[in-house]
Design a protein around this ligand. Sequence first.
Ligand code: NAD
Length: 480
Amino acid sequence: MEQLKNYIGGKLIPSADGATLENFNPATGDAYSSLPDSDEIDVARAVDAAKNAFPAWSTTPTEERSRLLFRISQLIERDTEQFALAESTDQGKPLALAHSVDIPRAVSNFRFFASSLMHFASEAHPMEQAAINYTLRSPLGVAGCISPWNLPIYLFTWKIAPALAAGNCVVAKPSELTPMTAFMLSSLCIEAGLPPGVLNIVHGLGTKVGQAIVAHRDVPAISFTGGTATGRTIAQTAAPMFKKLSLEMGGKNPAIIFADCNYPEMLKTTVQSSFSNQGEICLCGSRIFVERSLYKQFKQDFIDAVKSLKVGDPLESGTNLGAVVSEAHREKIISYIALARDEGGTILFGGKKVNPGGRCSNGWFVEPTIIEGLPHTCRTNQEEIFGPVVTLTPFDREDEVLQDANSTQYGLAAILWTDNLTRAHRIAARIHSGIVWVNCWLLRDLRTPFGGMKNSGLGREGGLEALRFFTEPKNVCIKL
Ligand code: NAD
């Protein structure tokens, strides 16, 4: 069984006390590797390594930092096959998805920030003849980056790359459920020649490693992606210490479909926005609102399209939904489907566990599930399930659907289908979400601000927002 290691001070090492955790393959249910069960001692070592590396890294010429980040992106790209297989094995997602989305995006994250740091400029504010102000933007020191299991290397690199680009050193923690590709990244950083201590990766549980990173007094900034409850705990620790916080949290995203939309395009994309990555994407549209005149037709066509999706071995070509990440998560999803029944919902399709047989007989699979007949106020429609479960709700009026769509504690992403441009602008302005996709889904330009409002997020990632987050602005005013 492969033993994953921490990456601290440029070296691959076990946890200080040698403790390990099992790492499971969700498609087979087997433990197939182990990871360090680290604690605050390992985190303290990682922070020390990062602090030692900071003076040299923060003053390394921009061009050299950029070259190293480009080099890491090239190495991930070179190893795309191995990374995609590892991500699929670790997370349960179809290999084809890891190959076409997760790994290319990790490559792009490094490439994008390697390039954007070369163009990052700060502001100047001249005061006519009196004075000139200019803004210095310095790296913060040691940044803490904590990421979830749904898009493991994709989201891990989305934080690390801008933090490093801005001149910070990093102590990072991937999810304990999906540590493999972060471990593989450690080896590539060594191969790329990243100086020891610039990036440190500490594996283990959130309540031990994550908490220790957040609480460490020499980590002034935390960039976190994960659940809203965890974000709240992190904020409770970090706020009294006045740390900079970027929190990307849960979602319960509406997809609003008007009868005047491009129907075939909408139908195809709505299947994807509902069930890609087993519905384990914070941006999936899990509440589908359909204008009543289109409802009957949409319901039938959507069920037919979802029926044709294949749930099965993530490594087989043609698989649309792989395994969900853990047994506990599968039970959570199944319990929400039971709740939907209790709340009076009708399961139009799916609702059960799947046994694909063969090597996947003990894996954790769930059918794509479509539910109707629930009020927008019920728990099924208010709480994040984070699995392959959607609800269908008809609506009559724009103001009514907007109110229902806005009724949750979340505000991450919204999907809107209409050919009426005026309506699209009107709803985009009034919907409570940080990201609005009109007639598309998951179309991403890495320069745009990314994140949620309400309980979905604090701050924004992406492009300049990320580089600004990872730097401290200082105004210098010079009297002329
Ligand atoms: P999680 O909150 O359980 O864990 C996320 C990370 O935080 C993990 O690395 C975990 O070990 C760590 N952690 C747990 N407790 C901690 C603590 N007390 N202190 C510090 N770190 C701690 O989330 P998850 O189950 O891994 O991921 C699913 C959630 O992530 C969903 O709610 C989903 O919506 C959200 N998510 C949000 C976005 C976004 O961009 N907004 C993207 C992906 C996932």
